[in-house]
Design a binder for this molecule. Sequence first.
Ligand SMILES: [Zn+2]
Length: 462
Amino acid sequence: MKTLIASAAALAAVFSGPAAGQHAAYEVKAREVYARVISFRTAAGQKQTPAMVAYLVEVLKAGGVPDADIATLDEEGERALIVRLPGREQGRPILFSAHMDVVDARREEWERSPFDLIEENGNFYGRGTIDNKAGVVALVSTILRFKAEKMQPARELVFGFVGDEESGMDTTRQIAAHPWVKNAEFAINTDAGGGFLDETSGKPLIYLVQGAEKTFATFDIIVTNPGGHSSRPRSDNAIYRLAHALEKVEAYRFPVMATELTRSYLGAVGEAQSGPVGEALRKFAVDPNDAEAADTLANSPEFVGTTRTTCVATMLDAGHAENALPQTAKAAVNCRIFPGVAVEVVRDELVAAIADPEVEVAVRGKPEASPVSEMRPDVMAAITRAVHADYPGVMVVPYLESGGTDGKVYRAAGIPTFASSGLFTKPSEMFAHGLNERLPVTAFYRGLHHIHRLAVELGEAR
Ligand SMILES: [Zn+2]
């Protein structure tokens, strides 16, 4: 019921929108779907992805997709959806991916209701507007246009809608292993990659295509001690010992690393940037062994992650009473590991840097390492053409992601993945996961065009 009320409000927002008359029919439909999917609170634990999948299936069927080309997958209450557009010819399929789930949002903390799509000041506001429901809508809209315009790809296009990207990616693994998907030649992920607009002029600056992701790994740094009464301090103390270990972690610099992909990215960004950081970027792109350039970039939060593995303390937990000597002291150290480096190697480096046999370093869970997807000329050309259709002349370059997306699951499963959302925003407009998430209205519609163009060109549709 809650959903119905939210949907009604969202639908009202659709019809109060100013520019509906100027849009093509498929754009009007896409906006309607956008409003509905924002109204599902698809955060972990809310159990809303099955309802969202049911809605999407209804829309796709009404648009002419037969039952035989729709598959739903269940994974512990979360649901995923796969849709295919069969090809005219044989050949390996191409996967397009988006995730339906969102990071949760609390109404009382937001300026507007997070689960109603609200159009205001040239923006769409709502949880998931940028991450990643605009991508979900771009996939749905592309499928509907193919059906409405009676277009068929030469080879099969498969569309994966992930149910738990933000909370485990188990449905991503299921999608990657599905018979329609597992043989895919490559994937286009809508959940990353995109363009930046100049903060003041709004001029497009650069467009980034994600071709690799760092491994996300957390290490527990643990010190144990017999403890005792605080009135009788021992010479060794778990908290002090942990503090010393953390100082070593803080001071440690992992070795500089570079790939074709990171060099071309840093070089391109350097071309567009003045000052010492711009100079360091250009020098590093030419010669990653330039220690001075690497040092400059090590002090730049924006670029350090593209030049080496980084680890940083994120949580602390120690002691059990204010008048007792601590028996355990524990810290979480989160690392973003450069592609191609094993988690064990990073653990060994941390152990060596701490250099204290009393300090234990343990890997938390099973981190997922993924390889670099080296840029394919055909994919880069198609993405560049699609970007230039709306943003002529803007530079298109690959980059290494420090965050984490479904791409790492697909890459680990052997499907090279390129993330390209088609969305351009100003750096200050990046509110994914945060409060008052929003997407410029223009970016939403251009994002639809972007994914449709890629599907037509890469799928050789006619
Ligand atoms: Zn996302």
